[in-house]
Design a protein around this ligand. Structure first.
Ligand code: PAF
Length: 305
């Protein structure tokens, strides 16, 4: 079925309600994006389509999560290609609102605060980023609540449809924060994490990869190699020896390491020293961020043994 583009919240509600009703659907999935879509987003969309009767993807470059106006202006806008990619995955509706539609009163006075979890790691180098991201995610999650456009009698008859929203594991801190917001503020939605999609050489797909030169892209592979080393050590129940993996990244001249640590997957607090030195047991996340040429890259792998 061709994808339908809507730009207002009212049309989103009308069209999603129409689709739910005509399919006698019992579930709706939401895939929030900022566009410039790649195969990582395709995996989010595909998973949502497999699990839901109606799927909405949002395309909105959120000014609130950019520290710098130049970065906001430079963010790639590729609506036609984005629509084609979403349609290829079977998404029903693309919601691409204007800034005025999302923030009709201008910059919102009341926002979501991401707390200490939003101040560390990526938050340390991008102050305010996660407050801005969570504020728009809260709004998008509200827009996507299924049944908002159905008459009350229709909802009562059919019962409330299930509601799921899809986020990439690649943005581990954003995912942890969204989960925390949904739990702390009782949002009626299940958050589904979709594994990171990688190029054949292991580089995690990201809209920023397009800004890497060939040489920088080659250098960036050390991030994945270092993460994989930890993954293998964890699986083998060996000491993680994070320091040797850090040294491997630091030996690459084109890569400026920002952080590389092993953390609790929910709180993102670093694991105690002794977990790194003794044979690894349990569940953790290895997080890495580095500047490669002009591009800041992040990646992570889950560790388990
Ligand atoms: O991950 C993103 O693309 C954005 O942060 C999100 C979740 C769409 C909010 O603007």
């Amino acid at each position: 079925m061709p994808i339908k583009l809507v730009t207002t919240v009212a049309d989103l509600h009308t069209e999603s309600a129409r689709l739910l009703a005509s399919r006698r659907g019992t579930s709706q999935g939401l895939v929030p994006t900022m566009g410039a879509l790649h195969q990582g987003h395709a995996a989010l969309a595909r998973t949502a389509v497999e699990q839901n009767d109606v799927v909405v993807a949002t395309i909105f470059v959120n000014p609130l999560q950019f520290g710098d106006a130049t970065d906001l202006d430079r963010y790639p806008r590729t609506l036609d290609a984005d629509l084609a990619l979403l349609e290829g995955q079977g998404v029903d509706l693309a919601f691409a609102p204007s800034v005025d539609e999302v923030y009709p009163g201008g910059t919102p006075l009341v926002r979501i605060t991401s707390g200490v979890l939003g101040e560390k790691w990526e938050g340390a180098s991008r102050p305010g980023h996660f407050d801005g991201a969570l504020t728009v995610v809260a709004k998008l999650l509200h827009y996507g609540i299924p049944g908002a456009g159905l008459p009350a009698s229709g909802v009562a008859e059919a019962g409330l449809p299930a509601y799921r929203a899809y986020f990439g594991q690649k943005d581990a801190q954003q995912l942890a924060l969204v989960r925390r917001m949904v739990a702390d503020l009782n949002f009626p939605v299940e958050i589904v994490a979709v594994p990171t999609v990688r190029a054949v050489d292991g580089l995690a797909l990201s809209s920023r990869n397009r800004f890497l030169s060939g040489e920088e892209r080659e250098a960036a592979l050390v991030l994945f190699r270092a993460l994989r080393l930890l993954e293998e050590r964890a699986k083998a129940r060996e000491p993680l020896d994070l320091e040797s993996a850090q040294a491997m990244v630091e030996s690459q001249p084109l890569v400026g390491l920002d952080y590389f640590d092993v953390v609790d997957p929910a709180t993102l607090e670093p694991l105690a020293e002794n977990c790194r030195e003794t044979p690894f047991r349990g569940e953790a996340l290895a997080l890495i961020a580095a500047k490669v040429g002009p591009v800041r890259l992040i990646d992570n792998v889950p560790l388990s043994s």
